[in-house]
Design a protein. Structure first.
Length: 397
């Protein structure tokens, strides 16, 4: 005790006799206090992924200091701007050498059948049976998804107003040719709806978002089962994005994953030019809505929840972050894109890149099928090497 008291006396004497040292000591104490504050905020941020943190630049600093989450299950719903989100996740995983749940060909792994782990081809199946990212078209099965994802995975999906979803489906999959009836003719003769009541390849049709999320077609007319289904999705997903508010959705995704906004920059993918979209009258919209009542119940529930989540995030904070993200996206577009064309599948827009476009530009504009094949080649090689090692270690000396 006496030694510590003596130390204090000496310290007071040093402070009094050495003003320069006193200034340095004050600076050290200030920096230490700031460090303690940042650490405490950092710990709190890890506990509450939706907590409010002041100042955009400070938040970006914290996002880089906090441990970025790498594990995410993204249910890619049809015609909900999900290709843009998928591209963000594929780029994130590619740059970090992460593993993916991948289809053996094309871009579906499950659907119309719900996803099952045995759908993963042996050439793409990691020995651990666990994967960082799931982001391809599938049909949701909670039990199967949990089986292949890490325990701390974020579960995310995206929705869109069901009237716009169905109009987009009708155009993209050319239902006019398949069912021999134009969209406008169908809307003006709704009694002909029986002509289009079957699902395209058993995958695409009415109440598409609910179908993708695993709801059974035979339960579409059961209100109690619809409400039970919506509650189930609410319980099992950490974030339900809204395609009409894509920037706000991506800000919330970045917040959930502890990512800086740079991780969610994008070029809009698989979008149609405005002149290819059928503009419906109010009565026509009501007709389409009457065919998609399950999706409308799902959508309105999560739209209300989305609104509340933004308010909890902070309205001013959200506006500030959206402005930053829009600036980042504009810079990416200017840096990468030379021109647009409408030669994509279903009259969707594609990008012609500048000659000097870099790796980020290349993958931000890369189509889903080509990008998926790139990932397959990488993962097949990884699986081959790991299995070769396992074979070596399983042999006795």
């Amino acid at each position: 005790g006496e030694g510590r008291a003596a130390d204090k006396v000496v310290m007071r004497q040093v402070v009094i006799r050495h003003p320069v040292v006193a200034g340095l000591l004050a600076l050290v104490l200030t920096l230490y206090s700031l460090h303690v504050l940042l650490v405490s905020e950092n710990v709190e941020a890890k506990v509450d992924f939706e907590g409010n943190l002041p100042g955009s630049e400070g938040r970006e600093l914290l996002a880089t200091e906090r441990k970025q989450r790498t594990n995410i299950f993204f249910l890619k719903a049809h015609k909900c701007a999900s290709s843009t989100v998928q591209n963000i996740l594929m780029r994130f995983g590619l740059e970090r050498g992460l593993s993916f749940v991948l289809p053996v060909a094309n871009n579906y792994i499950g659907n119309p059948d719900p996803f099952s782990p045995d759908m993963i081809d042996d050439t793409l199946a990691l020995p651990s049976g666990k994967y960082h990212i799931f982001t391809h078209h599938s049909r949701y099965s909670r039990e199967s998804a949990v089986e292949v994802m890490f325990e701390d995975s974020a579960f995310v999906t995206i929705l869109r107003h069901p009237v716009e979803v169905y109009e987009s489906i009708y155009s993209y999959y050319n239902f006019q040719k398949m069912f021999n009836i134009s969209f406008s003719e169908l809307l003006n003769n709704p009694e002909k709806v029986s002509k289009i009541n079957r699902r395209y390849f058993n995958r695409v049709g009415f109440n598409q978002m609910s179908f993708d999320l695993g709801f059974l077609v035979e339960d579409f007319s059961s209100e109690p089962k619809v409400l039970e289904f919506v509650e189930k999705i609410d319980t099992e997903f950490h974030l339900v994005m809204m395609s009409e508010w894509m920037e706000a959705s991506l800000v919330l995704l970045a917040d959930l994953m502890n990512w800086p906004l740079d991780n969610v920059v994008s070029l809009k993918l698989n979008s149609r030019p405005p002149d290819s979209i059928y503009l419906m009258s109010p009565s026509e919209r009501e007709t389409v809505l009457s065919w998609n009542t399950v999706d409308y119940t799902l959508y309105t529930h999560f739209l209300n929840k989305f609104r509340k989540r933004i308010r909890k995030y902070g309205e001013d904070r959200m506006k500030e972050d959206i402005e930053r993200l829009l600036t980042l996206n504009a810079k990416l577009h200017f840096r990468c894109v030379k021109s647009l064309n409408n030669k994509g599948f279903g009259h969707t827009q594609a990008y012609k890149l500048r000659d000097e476009a870099d790796r980020l530009c290349y993958y931000a504009a890369r189509g889903e099928l080509a990008f998926t094949e790139d990932l397959r080649k990488i993962q097949r090689h990884t699986v081959k090497v790991l299995k070769k090692l396992e074979s070596l270690l399983s042999e006795t000396a």
